[in-house]
Design a protein around this ligand. Structure first.
Ligand code: NAP
Ligand code: MN
Length: 267
């Protein structure tokens, strides 16, 4: 809906606040209105910060259908396509309709506890870990086949866009974003004569059902890290992962180049 309302959501650091004011002014010069509080019917969301801010902007507003673009004032900034030097060109190009919108499906996880079922969504990843320093044991089922019990610090389930985040640190592969896939990556898996665990990640097509079952005696000690935010659920029985029908709309000014981002920010 073209209502000239744009939400700008900045993180709390000083530089981001300065950029917020500059961007607000520039957009107002192009007849846009920037509400003081988040408006659920705005035509665009702009996140100012790094990846953490971008992910929080989505999560804390329930993954809105409003298109989103980021302006990077953070450390890494994988998602934010804009930088502060783009403020004036962005206002011109956006007001002239020179952009595209890409649909990105979310990772969905249904968590079955003894009493309730919870649903969480992620753009990057969902990790299951122990909440203590002890080894955690997780049974992995793929398409109803028991693959293995993975013992270690936990498991990361990631999307292609999230593959360069936690997954990459844990030795997983970068997955090109146009591949519709889920990656399962063990975190510090044990490999000894007592335990045999996957020592690499597995990349799966989206239609396969992935279920992770914490071993019974560890049931009280499981935590979920959803795009880096911690969730604790009581007595988790199992968790079911799949590519969701729900998606976000990522606005692009045409300057997002996956390989350029990877080269400049990772290699
Ligand atoms: P954070 O702990 O500040 O993030 C860790 C780093 O990951 C930051 O430099 C962040 O960029 C970067 N990042 C986030 N998403 C990325 C992506 N898709 N590709 C490449 N780098 C990415 O937490 P956060 O900023 O809230 O981000 C949440 C993410 O942190 C989680 O989804 C998880 O993937 C990741 N994480 C990584 C580790 C690890 O590598 N050992 C541990 C826990 C969580 P910015 O500097 O721009 O924020
Ligand atoms: Mn961060």
């Amino acid at each position: 809906m073209k209502n000239k309302l744009i939400n700008i959501i900045a993180n709390t650091n000083k530089f981001s606040k300065e950029i917020y004011l500059q961007l607000k002014q520039e957009l107002e010069n192009h007849d846009y209105f920037i509400p003081d509080e988040y408006h659920p019917e705005a035509e665009l969301n702009i996140s100012i910060g790094g990846d953490g801010s971008f992910l929080r902007c989505l999560r804390h507003n329930d993954f809105p259908q409003i298109p989103i673009i980021g302006m990077n004032t953070g450390n890494l900034g994988f998602y934010p396509e804009l930088s502060p030097k783009d403020i004036s060109s962005f206002a011109i190009e956006y007001s002239q309709g020179h952009y595209s919108i890409n649909k990105i499906n979310l990772l969905q996880c249904e968590i079955y506890s003894e009493k309730e079922t919870y649903t969480v969504y992620a753009l990057n990843d969902i990790a299951i870990k122990g909440d203590k320093t002890k080894t955690i044991h997780l049974d992995i089922f793929i398409d109803y086949n028991h693959l293995q019990t993975v013992s270690g610090d936990g498991i990361i389930v990631s999307t292609p866009f999230g593959s360069s985040a936690y997954n990459y640190s844990a030795g997983g592969s970068l997955v090109y974003p146009s591949l519709n896939a889920i990656q399962i990556t063990p975190i510090a898996p044990l490999n000894s004569n007592a335990y045999r665990c996957l020592s690499s990640s597995i990349v799966l097509p989206p239609e396969l059902n992935v279920v992770i079952v914490p071993e019974y005696k560890y049931i009280e000690n499981v935590v979920f890290s959803v795009d880096g935010e911690q969730y604790n659920f009581d007595k988790v029985n199992h968790a079911n992962f799949f590519i969701s029908q729900s998606h976000i709309n990522m606005l692009s000014m045409g300057s997002f180049n996956y390989w350029k981002v990877i080269r400049e920010k990772f290699l």
